[in-house]
Design a protein around this ligand. Structure first.
Ligand code: S3P
Length: 172
């Protein structure tokens, strides 16, 4: 089985994905890490050298290749992955694959992302917490159409990682 985790930046896809993979004895793959090792550049370097469009092309190729070559994995997407090109269909049309939306409140995302915004090219130049909150609110609104095409949604705003993992295991 392939389990694919989607959700906004800061929703805990990598943390939950790692724990879920350990529980299910599956391999964990983080798409951003795959992109980084494939390009031998960090995500911020790819954005500054190739722009967001360049990043999205690479992201699409690495997603396809990962789904083609790796089975029995938990795959954490980047926050934008399901929202571009044909990526969502690429995931949903595969057999034996579950797409899960890790949903997190605006308040929680704002707190988490304000603390680590410098490493994230899309939000690094946003100066204040209020501006960041406005950005996330609008961005989530644009992206939720894609996130809600997942097979199911798990609320990650308050639950501990272990509870979230148990909840996912019950539902898959
Ligand atoms: C992005 C999210 C990031 C990374 C890139 C773009 C996005 O991944 O892929 O900076 O468009 O939301 P995380 O969600 O793992 O931070």
């Amino acid at each position: 089985m392939t389990i694919v985790l989607s959700g906004y930046m800061g929703s805990g896809k990598s943390l939950i994905g790692n724990k879920l993979a350990q529980h299910l004895r599956l391999k964990f793959i983080d798409l951003d890490d795959e992109i980084t090792s494939n390009q031998k550049m960090s995500i911020p370097e790819i954005f500054s050298e190739k722009g967001e469009i360049g990043f999205r092309k690479i992201e699409m190729e690495v997603l396809k290749r990962t789904l083609d070559t790796s089975k029995n994995i938990v795959l954490a997407l980047g926050g934008g992955t399901p929202c571009y090109g044909t990526n969502i269909n690429e995931i949903k049309n595969r057999k034996n694959t579950r797409l899960i939306y890790l949903k997190t409140d605006l308040e929680v995302l704002t707190e988490r992302l304000f603390a680590e915004k410098d490493t994230r090219p899309l939000i690094k130049d946003i100066a204040t917490k209020e501006e960041l909150k406005d950005f996330i609110r609008k961005h989530l609104f644009e992206r939720q159409h894609y996130y809600y095409q997942s097979d199911f949604t798990v609320d990650c705003s308050e639950a501990a990682p272990e509870e979230i993992v148990e909840h996912i295991i019950e539902k898959i």
